[in-house]
Design a protein around this ligand. Structure first.
Ligand code: ADP
Ligand code: ZN
Length: 781
């Protein structure tokens, strides 16, 4: 007799691993990690993912696998290994991790469906509203259950059955094209339009996309199709590159670029992490292209990660120009069908270059030769919901399993990456000057304390004059208004002072409701003083101005200029990013006002002025990385100026001109900034000198939450050695969300953290409490 084969599986939304056996009908199947299976689970049937075979199950009697969903794993082996690592490091259930890695359409989604049985037809009052709906529709997806409220009794009595079904993947996007049929004798054409259609098709070689015919020609086209003179066919959509960006052709690399490209190319074939530190406008993109090209030439594949794909249209156009159909774009704003199609092309090896935001790291590519993380310092690489992984850090993990080169590129590397390069973990590549010996922009600091105009406090004379100059010369201006969002702080307009926490040195957040200043790391709080603690001045106001307000002021001041705004409100529509960026590239906008979005990577050659409306908004975040983020933002914004033939100028407006982030940005002193910051990190025992773990606790009742949080803090303080410091519990900056209060506990940890995990497992959380764990947190809201 054959011995049973036992398999270990995981499920999304369930912690732990489960054992099943393979019924004899399935034993010939090849099982590969990541393969979706259909299994009985509790009283239901669910999708599970195969992990490995086991010699002996952990339970006495195992249930059988019902079916294999497909014949190959959607996850290549090396990627699976990286995901195992991810699951372990971020303490996220493997099933959730696998589902995070799979796009919609690839992960089987089970749908529950209700059906009325014959017994039900007899037994249920036909006038019952739900019965009427069931009778009318035949079946109802269970997702509607809350709305239709099927009485549980109906299911118990067998009047209604509940079963599960896996919907088909979304259909790939198609286009329609028109094809001219082949004739022995020319067909009779009855109208000038019909003749025109046939002529158009003949001169195009017999086929044209349907869009080539304008609406007036559609009715005659349909008649031609009825007479079978033409055929209208559906074809798989071929993606067009973004329009409005001129091709660049082949650029000869400069000696500096060539040197960097050679270093990268020579390292292909083994895991080699690089930090590419190149100033803004140094031509990092062309180096990426060279590295990708070399990997493809070796028969390998490549992944390019960008912070936000919507903001990268010019880069995507360049990639299309260079790699054509080898490129697959993974774009969250595309329809599920389009994303599925891109993913499939990668899996089948038709496309070998995956480009996208953080989730492109999970591209189903085999034999990855190079992974590039552009703007590696960008906080958006951290996923902030569900499985909270950091795509830049995971790029190194995937690179290690794949034996690939990993290039982290930035003009303003994160402190962590700088440190890793300094300590030899990464090899550093430098591009210290701009292409074509273009100068770095000159930076002027405008002291808002001295130039305060009461009605328009954020529009200094220096800035308006500089904008006028640009308008007169037909050059473009970018105005950065970084959004403050959730956490206002109080600013003294006379001296620029902002109250800080006495023990964490982060800015205190002002809460209007109860007029309190609070530290969101440690919970310290105070009543705001009426006069400034530094200068005794009385002009203490909440700091901040929005893009819309700035736009209004600029429109009033420059009524004939072509002004556009780019922020979350104006970029809701699918192609909004593209349209704004293409209009900028085409010179159709004089002044673009926007949030962080306008500072990211763009290469507009006619921008000669960048204005930062209020730099203080960047460095008063309640976060120990505020100074770093501010420097990065200011340096990146400044880096948009003077990228063409004409030199650029930057105006930084601030209430605190002496702030180190401002000073470093004004002098393009990235290394100096790092050297100062790393000392502060060491003194404050902050990353990279410790690891942070943020616990987020929530509960509908604030008192119960507070006491639970205190209790947990007590419990964690007893773990020897591992916890260096515990900050909090403190209310989160957004202290209440959807009826639940939120508290944070921040742990500073040295080395391993397994004891913390077991302590959390032991802890008896009170009813109604939810908690989540965030490893290496990037955001404290
Ligand atoms: P970075 O990403 O480093 O800020 P980019 O890659 O956007 O810089 O390059 C800046 C500009 O220089 C772009 O317009 C790019 O096309 C151009 N460029 C880059 N390399 C070369 C080269 N070797 N020859 C000519 N122009 C180049
Ligand atoms: Zn504090």
């Amino acid at each position: 007799m054959e011995t049973d084969r036992f398999v270990e599986v995981v499920l999304a939304g369930v912690d732990g691993r489960f054992h099943y056996h393979l019924p004899s009908a399935l034993t010939t199947s090849t099982l590969v990690p990541g393969l979706p299976l259909w299994v009985p689970f509790g009283r239901l049937q669910r999708v599970a993912y195969f992990v490995r075979e086991v010699a002996a199950p952990s339970v006495g009697t195992t249930k059988p696998i019902i079916a294999l969903l497909g014949d190959r794993s959607p996850i290549p082996p090396a990627l699976f290994e990286a995901l195992l690592w991810l699951s372990d490091y971020y303490t996220a259930p493997l099933g959730d991790v696998l589902e995070t890695a799979l796009p919609q359409g690839v992960k089987p989604v089970a749908q529950r469906i209700f059906t009325l049985t014959d017994a039900g037809r007899v037994a249920i009052d036909p006038a019952h509203p739900e019965a009427i709906r069931l009778l009318a529709q035949g079946t109802i997806p269970a997702s509607q259950r809350v709305k239709i409220a099927i009485p549980p009794l109906w299911i118990k009595q067998g009047w209604v059955t509940l079963h599960w079904e896996i919907p088909p993947p979304p259909s790939p996007p198609t286009d329609q094209s028109v094809r001219l049929a082949v004739f022995d004798t020319p067909p009779v054409l009855r109208s000038p339009q019909q003749k025109r259609i046939v002529q158009m098709l003949e001169s195009a070689g017999g086929v044209l996309p349907i869009d080539a015919f304008d609406t007036a020609l559609r009715p005659p086209l349909r008649r031609l199709a009825q007479r079978e003179i033409v055929q209208i066919e559906k074809t798989a959509r071929v993606f067009a590159p973004p329009s409005g960006f001129a091709p660049k052709g082949t650029l000869t690399l400069t000696p500096a670029q060539q040197k960097v490209a050679d270093d990268i190319t020579e390292a292909l074939g083994r895991f080699t992490p690089f930090l590419l530190h190149g100033v803004t406008g140094s031509g990092k993109t062309e180096v990426y292209l060279a590295g990708i090209e070399a990997a493809l030439a070796r028969g390998q594949s490549a992944i390019l990660l960008v912070p936000e794909i919507g903001l990268t249209v010019a880069l995507v156009a360049r990639l299309h120009e260079r790699f054509g159909r080898t490129l697959a774009l993974l774009h969250s704003r595309r329809s599920p069908g389009e994303r599925f199609a891109a993913w499939q092309r990668l899996q089948e090896g038709v496309a070998r270059l995956a480009v996208g935001a953080r989730s492109a790291l999970f591209a189903p590519l085999a034999n990855v030769g190079i992974i590039i993380v552009d703007e590696e310092h960008d906080p958006s690489y951290k996923q902030e919901e569900g499985v909270r992984y950091h795509a830049r850090d995971m790029a190194l993990v995937r690179g290690r399993v794949e034996g690939a080169v990993v290039v982290l590129g930035s003009a303003t590397p994160s402190i962590e990456s700088f440190y890793n390069a300094e300590t030899g973990k990464y090899r550093t590549l430098r591009l210290p000057s701009r292409i074509a010996a273009r100068p770095m922009p000159t930076v002027r600091i405008v002291d808002l304390r001295l130039s305060l105009v009461p009605e328009t406090p954020y529009l200094s004379q220096a800035l308006t004059e500089a904008i006028s100059d640009r308008l007169a010369r037909g050059e473009q201006t970018l105005l950065l208004v970084n959004r403050r969002g959730f956490s206002p702080c109080l600013l003294c307009q006379a001296c620029g002072h902002v109250p800080k926490c006495i023990q964490c040195s982060v800015s205190l957040t002002y809460h209007r409701v109860d007029r309190r200043l609070r530290c969101h790391h440690c919970g310290y709080e105070m009543v705001p003083l009426l006069s400034c603690a530094q200068c005794r001045g009385t002009q203490v106001v909440p700091l901040g101005i929005g893009t819309q307000q700035v736009e209004e002021q600029i429109r009033t001041r420059f009524s004939t200029a072509r002004i556009a705004r780019m922020d979350r409100d104006t970029t809701q529509k699918k192609d909004a990013h593209h349209d704004l960026l293409a209009a900028m590239a085409a010179g159709e906008i004089d002044i673009l006002i926007g949030t962080q979005m306008i500072a990211k990577g763009h290469d507009f050659s006619s921008v000669t002025l960048v204005g930062v409306v209020c730099a203080d908004l960047a460095f008063h975040f309640p976060d120990f990385r505020a100074g770093e983020r501010a420097f990065q933002l200011l340096a990146q914004a400044a880096g948009r100026a003077g990228r063409g033939d004409r030199p650029g100028e930057v105006i930084l407006q601030t209430f605190q001109p002496e702030h180190p982030s401002i000073q470093a940005a004004a002098t393009h002193d990235d290394i100096g900034f790092y050297q100062r910051e790393i000392v502060a990190r060491k003194e404050g025992q902050m990353p990279p000198f410790c690891r942070l773990i943020l616990l987020r606790l929530s509960h509908p009742n604030e008192e119960q939450l507070q006491s639970a949080a205190r209790h947990l803090a007590q419990h964690l303080r007893h773990i020897p050695f591992e916890v260096m410091t515990l900050l909090g519990p403190a209310p989160a900056p957004i202290s209440k969300l959807r009826g639940r209060y939120i508290y944070h506990l921040l742990l500073k940890v040295a080395g391993r953290r397994s004891a913390i995990e077991s302590a959390l497992d032991e802890w008896m959380a009170p009813d109604g409490l939810r908690w989540s764990i965030d490893i290496d947190p990037q955001r404290f809201s």
